[in-house]
Design a protein around this ligand. Structure first.
Ligand SMILES: Nc1nc2c(ncn2[C@@H]2O[C@H](COP(=O)(O)OP(=O)(O)O)[C@@H](O)[C@H]2O)c(=O)[nH]1
Ligand SMILES: [Mg+2]
Length: 331
């Protein structure tokens, strides 16, 4: 699944239609009064927030957008039709900047629509210039140009849940099990350049690859991805039963999140403080159910919700799915 972080686009609002010079057609009157209509307004260029995580990849190939030109005026004082607006759909969480003016916009709510470029006004037709001193004006204006501009579009992913954990913790597998995503499973921790996204009953889950020790310093791909979970509602922190010291592994990742917050000046409002649930994965590799119960207890001492999952145990996945729906509904 392609995931684009940043694209540059060029856009133009529509030019206004021209005003025209026309004359009233009356029988036996060679030149009736002025009857040239005004041109229509050019279409505006808008951006609009949609709840669709894949929409940005549509603009990978196409990067220039033009709103429609206004129609020219016509005879019988008819106004030209206004040009159609162009509305560019972008995912919620997108930040748009205009380098020329240093303006910045952010799309935060579904349906939010922002006018970026105004279409040009239509020109006046000759009827508009009629005066008592000049009943046969031969003047008309051309339509004005629409505004034009370059924009940088940056997607700050607006996932609801971010999956965090060491490489191999089972994040991609869990994402695939819970959603329609098709994330690569296996040794892709450091080669996947894109976070994988999946739709979970309308909530977006992001699989954040490569959070390892030193991620906040830019080791691995961690830091590039950590910023994507800044705005999630919740973190699901995965720790595999394959690790001999699960608590230590857990704390190492927590340390990375904290260090990232500090580095990004997010202290108090960052990844570390965000609501977190803990998922102990691959329980099938452990045979001793007492050991599993003991681990649950250890982690519950952190005062967080703890789940145990094995992808070889459908019931464990189903239980987790149901619990997650409940948690999300309360938000
Ligand atoms: N035994 C077992 N293996 C699992 C389970 N979930 C994932 N795996 C395996 O663990 C490896 C790493 O999984 P992956 O989802 O790629 O982990 P990620 O690096 O955290 O995304 C893969 O070989 C998976 O097949 C599980 O519940 N039990
Ligand atoms: Mg993975």
């Amino acid at each position: 699944m392609a995931f684009i972080d940043e694209i540059k686009i060029y856009a133009e609002a529509g030019r206004g239609g021209d005003g025209v010079v026309r004359w009233r057609q009356e029988k036996f009157v060679p030149k009736g009064g002025p009857a040239g209509g005004d041109g229509g307004r050019g279409g505006n260029f808008y951006i609009q927030a949609v709840r669709d995580v894949h929409v940005l990849s549509k603009y990978k190939a196409k990067k220039e957008f033009f709103a429609e030109k206004g129609e020219d005026g016509s005879k019988k004082s008819l106004h030209g039709k206004d040009g159609e607006d162009f509305v560019l759909d972008l995912p919620i969480g997108t930040i748009i900047t205009r380098p020329e003016t240093e303006e910045v916009w952010q799309l935060t709510e579904e349906g939010q629509k922002i006018l970026l470029l105004k279409g040009g006004y239509g020109g006046f037709g000759n009827e508009h210039f009629k005066k008592s001193t000049n009943t046969t004006p031969t003047e008309s204006n051309p339509g004005q140009d629409g505004e034009k501009g370059n924009f940088n579009i940056e997607l700050e992913l607006f996932a609801d849940i971010g999956l965090v954990g060491l490489p191999n913790a089972g994040k991609s597998s869990l994402l695939n099990a819970l959603t329609n995503a098709d994330a690569k499973v296996g040794d892709y921790a450091f080669t996947t350049l894109d976070p994988n996204l999946g739709d979970f009953y309308g909530y977006i889950i992001a699989d954040i690859p490569g959070v390892i020790e030193g991620a906040h310093e830019g080791k691995g791909l961690g830091v590039k991805f950590l910023r994507h979970i800044k705005r999630t509602k919740m973190i699901a922190h995965l720790v595999s039963f394959e690790n001999s010291n699960m608590m230590k592994v857990y704390k190492e990742i927590r340390k990375e999140l904290k260090a990232y917050d500090k580095k990004s000046n997010l202290a108090g409002d960052g990844l570390f403080e965000k609501e977190e649930i803990i998922i102990l994965t691959k329980s099938d590799v452990v045979e001793d159910s007492k050991f599993i119960a003991k681990k649950i207890k250890d982690f519950e001492k952190l005062d967080k919700k703890v789940f145990v999952i094995s992808l070889y145990d459908d019931k464990s996945v189903k239980n987790f799915r149901d619990a997650l729906v409940k948690i999300l509904k309360k938000k």
